[in-house]
Design a protein. Sequence first.
Length: 521
Amino acid sequence: MVTQNRLFAWIRGFLYVTVLILLYKDALNRLVNVDWTREDYSSSGLIPLVVLYLVWEKRRQITKQPSVPSWQGIIPIFVGIALFWLGELSGEFFTLYFSMWLVIAGIFWLELGWEKLRIIRFPIFFSLAMFPLPNYVNTQLTLKLKLLSSQLGVGIIQLWGMSAFREGNVIDLGFTRLQVVDACSGIRYMVPLAAMAILLAYYYNASLWKRLTIVFSSIPISVATNGLRIASVGILYQFFGPQVAEGFFHDFSGWFIFMFSLGLLIAEIWFFKKLLPENNLDISPATSEVPTPICASEPVRPAMAGRFVVALIVLSATVAAANMIDFRQKTPISRPLNDFPLTVGVWHGIIIPMEQMYLDTLKLSDYVIVNFRNEKGKEINFYTAYYASQTKGESIHTPATCLPGSGWNFEESGLTSIQLDSRKENRAIRVNRAFMEKNGQRQLTYYWFPQRGRVPGNILELKFFVFWDAITQHRTDGALVRLVTPVSPSERVEDAEARMQGFVRLAVPILDGYLPGKNIR
């Protein structure tokens, strides 16, 4: 009977793994070949090995605790399937990653039961560290970390006695200017350092508040040590030149800073042990072994087979639907965007081609870039990108993620409503507005997302409508419209605002004739 159970368990495991690979093959390919190759998340590829070790460490408790399969495990499986469709149809990989995590956790709950799942709850939750943050969160976090690290680096340089000034993420040392790029934001230290802090807190036999302190202190430590690294580059630059910001010294300083940061976490634990000792503590979950009676393997019951069959049918049906049903019919654009008029009211423009490297990255269906100028010499850059079908890796990217990555600092941002002049209807359009600065230059940006007759106000709303329309209309087409106008030092922002809104009132009715609307004849 034991052999029969073990054989049935291996068969169930093989079928689960097979259907999960088929269901999440695109997400797994993205995770391994794209996300884990990014320097910010290259350490995340080691997390599965750490998780396997953590589970192996619990092997005696796992074997002693009898399996009590539960139908409750079907709940996270269904939630995971719902998130799968949300991520699959909206083109969001992070949602697919979280869906995969939920489905796997649900399968363990379904097959092993809650008590056995509790034994490996930490490895299961720690496995979330293998996934990168959502693009928007990652970009905003990188931007803030760069700013904090730059401010701290300038402060340390000034304390050293050198003259240093900061303009955004550029540090002016007088004899040279240092650009604090994304690679020096500190996020590539914060991600592995936070993972190490969680592991240290897990093995640290102390009160909960001390463990949480260890975990959350990894964030200010990574910012502080990265600021120290930036300061060291500025101080040594005057002696050794640009080689201190590149090559061996750059890589070595990064490794040294990470090890130094890890040492600070260990010193923090030592401080707690020496100055704030605790007595009569229970053994930590990392090393405890709750004695439970050894239970012989139970026979294969119809209920056990029933749970497995239901889960397998649900997952297999999802695989079949995802591969056989076309939820994204390509909707052709009404007119080629390249035919957009070069005269719009008092504005006259010239078309600017996009470099092939950007076309390969954006994977859009059609686009146009026009630099418009009026008789006063004021300029507006007009850009529209159209996607006939939005899929994973081929969908609209909000300028809120790419503009900060180019060094622009958002001084003001938010939604604004523009009343359009229309004889047929009283119509207004919501646009995202951002006033930005970079190295003394200022610009005002408007952008919005025309999507099948709708104009979502943000990227989350856009993703939801892509998901909903894929189900109800089998359409995921949409566009991004972005306007940028320079704001001279002597010009008021209100004047640039009026210029942009006037152009929007002229351009939107024209653009309506190019982008497919809600109803397609």
